[in-house]
Design a protein around this ligand. Sequence first.
Ligand code: G4P
Length: 547
Amino acid sequence: SGSENPAVAKEATLESKDNLSKKIALEVARRRTFGIISHPDAGKTTLTEKLLLFSGAIQLAGTVKARKSARHATSDWMDIEKQRGISVASSVMQFEYRDHIINLLDTPGHQDFSEDTYRVLTAVDTALMVIDAARGVEAQTIKLLEVCRMRNTPILTFMNKLDRETRDSLELLDEVETVLKIRCTPITWPIGMGKNFRGVYHLLNDEVMLFAPGNEKADQAFEVIKGIDNPRLTEMFPLEMEQLKMEVELVKGASNPFVLEEFLAGTLTPVFFGSAINNFGVREVLNALLDWAQPPLGRNATVREVQPTEPAFSGFVFKIQANMDPAHRDRIAFLRVCSGRFERGMRLKHLRLNREIKVSSVVTFMASSREQVEEAYAGDIIGLPNHGNMQIGDSFSEGEALQFTGIPYFAPEIFRSVRIRNPLKVKQLHKGLQQLGEEGAVQVFKPVLGSDLILGAVGVLQFEVVASRLMNEYGVDAVFEGTSISSARWITAEDKRILSDFEKSLAHNVAYDAAGNLTYLATSGVNLRLTEERWPKLKFHATREHS
Ligand code: G4P
């Protein structure tokens, strides 16, 4: 009413502002946002299921599995398309554990390996690296870890499948250190392996957790025996305990001590041994995530660093999933909240378009959807439905001009040239590729010479997706052909004249990407190295920022 005392009203606003700040600070502090990086078949799906079991979201555990088998069963894109309803729901999973809110972002690592996989990692604060202890460090893990290193993302390591014959544990640590160039500090140590797997010894707590084949129950507890010198252990496993004591001596002498700061700086990884399928050792990793990993931190934007506890909302789009419903061409933009509180129905500024939008329908990702989530805080992911006007790297705020940085495009590794069967459709082809390029489905390069477009991707499935979508959405029957290109680098130079010299001299290997950036298309590793040597004043970039 109009008769309110303005001083009282002002005080009330101040107080509620104060409450909001407190609420935001509390919510941020209890959030952890992470992704799992692994080579296919190391056990990511299994581990995800077990993590969800702890949160009580049991009904979803089956879903993760179901989704994977659906994907395995077919390589046909249109069938994958049908699975998308599920795939959106499980590409971000939010669950509660020990009064924390945990966001687990899926990093597809199978045949649908793509640029998305890389970019998802820009939206996580911590990564959990799963290694098949029988196989050691594998190709895709190496790639994914490189991406984590760009932002010094802290890494937890889980050595999986100890219930099988594995490689020697010390050798595994050594391989992680030399191949992945990250120092290891074992937190648990396995006692035996395969048929003789007895359990793990917790080096910090000085206790042995006995292995028993796990089942699907969420609250399974394994027997714990305190003290490595406990006579009970010697009685139970005389030989193994002797071996363990020797190994522990060795490990303590040879490996790095756990230093929290070094873990947080991404230079040291705590290592846990276990068996995901038996649910063994999984809880220890989850606890480490809560105890050691940090809640969402400040994020860099063009103008300043944005703190997660700031009252005003902000966030950026790191992934777009298109055509949930082919008839409507709708897309979901996955936005990571960076500050403030998101509330359903709030007005947001879409900075690139300098336009206000009202967000009334939004997708949230509770693993156990008991309640409808109405609000989100830093570290959370929300899905914004749109019709193609949102792009990867777009920032949203309550008004301030904040463009978040650090959302990269990665130099593609596989290339195809594209032609169309019906030349009259060339306009549709260009329009389709422009839009698919903006969405991040594929990268499109226009060579300086010639008229064929070049498509670049990091995963082969990206081409299948693009072909199928060009046909279905734009009516274009495109033909993809192999090229002699083996890698691409974005080129910059302080002296613009050198750039144009370069473009003229190497016109056969130079192209512009969809955003108009000069790119060198190398025909081999040697070719790239020679070109770099011949043009020392140019910079060759393997990644570029959203522009
Ligand atoms: P991914 O998502 O990383 O690709 O791996 P996923 O969890 O699907 O696991 C790959 C295979 O490894 C699965 O077997 C899974 O059961 C198995 N696995 C996962 N963790 C463990 C473990 O701790 N010990 C053992 N022995 N096996 C494990 P699969 O035969 O491919 O599938 P399924 O038929 O068992 O589902």
